[in-house]
Design a protein around this ligand. Structure first.
Ligand SMILES: Cc1cc2nc3c(=O)[nH]c(=O)nc-3n(C[C@H](O)[C@H](O)[C@H](O)COP(=O)(O)OP(=O)(O)OC[C@H]3O[C@@H](n4cnc5c(N)ncnc54)[C@H](O)[C@@H]3O)c2cc1C
Length: 390
């Protein structure tokens, strides 16, 4: 049998493309269960898209954002929300982030997999593509068989969270067809620190001012973070990790008051320093920072000034986590040889790409899933046209 289309990778982009293909001769392959990354995406707080305007939306993807213009013209947030509603998924807008409220991301992924069964799409789980080539037809070799197809859609994801199946095979396949892969690195990752944070693991800070000091520039942001056993994470950290760097210094402003206010505040207290500082920052953090727990009355002004400086500019050396631990892979299949109107390769007719394996990465807040749905949809739309005309 010669399939009309083989899709390698049942992540959001591959599954959504499969659901929107009109042919009944489709084969969807996944080396694992499929949609495993979606299942861990945000879990109970899965940001599925964002309420920013059409033009602002592109900025969230950096310099390559405009490539998504055609995909978004065809299938954007409103269409995604309509689709979600049609399958019973409800969402809420929280500070521009649109997130699912009546299902965990695990339940959502099960629901999407059930739609594949309903549509009777031939879906081979736990069958990994090991080699792809094109002769008269595309040939996809797996551990079990060799399949032939008129077109091929690669939706193999990036390098992050390899346990979910995205181990970078798609880049190898793309390269074998002559496509260039841009540099791959971590995007939206936690930071390692050389400090031992085991005593403050789980301590979180809300709306805190942060400054990332890079070699030639600095980036400022206000947001939430959490100390972990290996370093520091949380929404503000993921946002800062979008900058290009490997190692840097992170300055956390732990207190809002100025030096005079802080000294006055401490002088008005009679107990131990740690107890007083715990009124401003979490107690475990105060205990971590204050090594000499003297009485507020006894401590000298110069020691208080030093403590103030440590709280105002709590500075740690940080390092980005490797790409495997990042939420998203930066870089991917270069866009220069892909037609943005169809997502078809400019080098090999009938070869299409969608999802995170493209050199497009969005900020936190639902941009990556919207891109996966939109590019999956555009690929299916183009494939439907191509298959009809041939
Ligand atoms: C912890 C976490 C939280 C996230 N939170 C958010 C969020 O809140 N909002 C948001 O927008 N984005 C979020 N993301 C990013 C988002 O989940 C991904 O960008 C998106 O799911 C990528 O979809 P995809 O279809 O391109 O690839 P993937 O979902 O990675 O799918 C690729 C599929 O290809 C399969 N595959 C790979 N190689 C082969 C092969 N050789 N043969 C067969 N199958 C193969 C894999 O098994 C996998 O199922 C998060 C990511 C993580 C890890």
């Amino acid at each position: 049998m010669i399939y009309d289309c083989i899709i390698i990778g049942a992540g959001v982009s591959g599954v959504f493309a499969a659901l929107n293909l009109k042919s009944d001769k489709i084969l969807l392959l996944d080396k694992q269960r499929g949609l495993e990354k979606l299942a861990v995406t945000g879990r109970t707080r899965c940001n599925i898209t964002n309420s920013l305007s059409f033009n602002e939306f592109f900025e969230a993807y950096g310099k390559n954002g405009r490539f998504l213009q055609d995909a978004f013209r065809l299938f954007f947030r409103d269409q995604l929300l309509l689709f979600l509603k049609s399958i019973g998924i409800e969402t809420i807008n929280e500070n521009d982030r649109i997130r699912i409220i009546n299902a965990t991301s695990g339940q959502f992924s099960k629901l999407l997999l059930s739609l594949l069964r309903e549509k009777q799409i031939e879906f081979h789980q736990f069958e990994s593509a090991v080699d792809v080539r094109k002769n008269s037809f595309f040939e996809v070799k797996t551990g079990k068989s060799i399949y032939q197809s008129r077109t091929l859609l690669l939706t193999c994801g990036g390098l992050s969270y390899p346990k979910t199946g995205s181990t970078g095979d798609g880049y190898r396949f793309a390269r074998s067809f002559g496509h260039e892969i841009t540099e791959l690195s971590a995007y939206e990752s936690a930071f390692y620190s050389d400090c031992d944070f085991s005593h403050i693991e789980g301590v979180s800070l809300k709306n805190v001012k942060l400054m990332l000091k890079l070699e030639k520039a600095s980036k400022r942001i206000t947001g939430d973070l959490i100390f972990t056993h290996f370093g520091i994470s949380g929404p503000a950290i993921l946002k800062l990790s979008e900058a290009d760097f490997d190692r840097a210094m992170l300055v956390i402003e732990l207190i809002g008051m100025n030096e005079a206010e802080f000294i006055r505040f401490i002088r008005e207290k009679s107990g131990k320093l740690t107890n007083s500082v715990s009124a401003i920052i979490p107690k475990r953090l105060a205990q971590f920072i204050i090594t000499e727990n003297r009485s507020c009355k006894e401590i000298s002004n110069s020691s208080l000034r030093k403590l103030f400086s440590g709280l105002k500019h709590f500075t740690i050396n940080i390092k980005k986590c490797p790409v495997e631990q990042a939420f998203v892979t930066k870089g991917g299949v270069s866009l220069k040889n892909i037609n943005s109107k169809t997502l078809e390769s400019k080098l090999v007719g009938g070869l299409f790409f969608a999802g995170e394996m493209l050199d497009i990465q969005g900020s936190i807040g639902g941009f990556n899933l919207q891109a996966a749905f939109s590019t999956g949809y555009l690929a299916s739309h183009s494939l439907n046209k191509k298959l009809l005309n041939n």
